[in-house]
Design a protein around this ligand. Structure first.
Ligand code: SAH
Length: 364
């Protein structure tokens, strides 16, 4: 439903969606989410205290610094290969890139910078920090020479998901229809049973299964390149490690949850990331997968406690703010457990730091 007094014709994403539905009939949830989020991110900078949501790099410089240290470490152990490309997917304000690249430079790791970003507003913000970066609307235009150092923080959760619902009549796609001034989710009329894996077919009526074909396509393309060119990829996001059921679609506006069908294009629409599927895609491209593990555990394993302590000594008047940021990034009741960290490396690159391996566990 649109907020009181707001007409569909005054909200361009809502207007575009309504027109399409009136013309062609209900659209898939993925299509709805794609239009809504493209309008949302194009509209301005949604990040930070004054925006709709805050991300880890915006909480503290420590987050990007840890990612920078992690990349520099594996790059050094690989023997400092030249002609590397730093690639960030959905870099937001560019804060993570700035903190990571500054840290990497201290170790002599100074790659070319590529940003995959579709929002004109955020591109212009990123260009204030990195005027010489190369921007890409799609993965397909990334360079095909030299190893890739790829980072994606809170990128995959912004990509569209499709949902399938178990009905009396069998599996149906969740579609978005229009009911006067409102958007509503309905079960589609076509059977989609052939798209549901055999192990899931007996689930109770009302069960929802989610999938993100766009995420799978993007990861497949990235993984193909990593396998050919060498390098690493780091994905950090909230999500699930094992296949699950239920809708994880959510909308956030002014730091508060609202209905995903309220006022599309004016709230951040996200879904939990299916790490299980992403890991499998990477493995089929013969990449080594590490994690997913908890963000808090990973940050501690690569030294965030030490970094927080040295920062507190450097700027004692910020000591309490640094302690609070460290807590927020690492504690299990804050971002420490909900957020997962997964890496994929090409077979010829060393094992990355921060992940617990079976051998280490035996040695504990
Ligand atoms: N990584 C940043 C921003 C996260 S918000 C941070 O942690 O602060 C999601 C980012 O992904 C934004 O930069 C948004 O514009 C971008 N984005 C969303 N959908 C995209 C798409 N389909 N292709 C490229 N970028 C996209």
């Amino acid at each position: 439903m649109l907020p009181d007094g707001e007409d569909i014709s005054e909200n361009s994403a809502a207007h575009q969606l309504a027109e399409k539905i009136d013309r062609d009939g209900p659209i898939s949830l993925g299509e709805y989410m794609a239009v809504a989020n493209a309008a949302y991110y194009a509209g301005g900078d949604p990040l930070g205290k004054d925006g709709d949501f805050i991300t880890a790099p915006e909480i503290s410089q420590m987050f990007g610094e840890m990612i920078g240290i992690w990349i520099a470490d594996i790059w050094l152990r690989k023997g400092k290969p030249g002609h590397c490309h730093y690639v960030e997917l959905g870099p937001g304000r560019g804060t993570l890139a700035q903190d990571a690249l500054r840290t990497m430079a201290k170790f002599g790791c100074d790659p070319m910078v590529h940003f995959v970003e579709t929002s004109p507003a955020l591109k212009s913000k990123q260009s204030e920090l990195y005027p010489d970066a190369v921007w890409h609307d799609e993965i397909t235009t990334l360079p095909d020479d030299g190893p890739l150092l790829i980072v994606a923080n809170e990128f995959f959760d912004a990509l569209p998901v499709e949902q399938f619902v178990a009905t009396q009549a069998g599996w149906r796609r969740h579609m978005v229809a229009r009911d006067r001034n409102k958007f509503i989710a309905i079960a589609g009329t076509k059977s989609v049973g052939d798209q549901i894996s055999k192990s899931m077919t007996d689930l109770p009526i009302g069960t929802i299964l989610e999938s993100s074909p766009i995420s799978v396509n993007i990861l497949s393309e990235v993984a193909n390149r990593l396998a050919k060119q060498g390098g690493v990829m780091l994905i950090i996001d909230y999500g699930y490690d094992e296949p699950g059921t239920g809708s994880t679609l959510q909308a956030v506006k002014d730091h508060l949850p609202i209905s995903p069908f309220d006022s599309p294009g004016t709230s951040d629409l996200t879904a939990h990331v299916d790490f299980h599927t992403l890991a499998n895609v990477a493995r089929t491209r013969l990449l080594d997968v590490h994690g997913p593990t908890e963000q808090g555990q990973w940050l501690k394993a690569i030294g965030i406690d030490q970094r927080a302590n040295s920062l507190r000594e450097l700027v004692p008047d910020q000591s309490e703010a640094i302690r609070a940021a460290h807590h927020r990034l690492t504690h299990i009741d804050e971002m420490g457990r909900l957020f997962r960290v997964m890496a994929a490396t090409s077979m010829d690159w060393p094992e990355p730091e921060g992940f617990v391996y079976a051998d280490d566990e035996e040695n504990v």
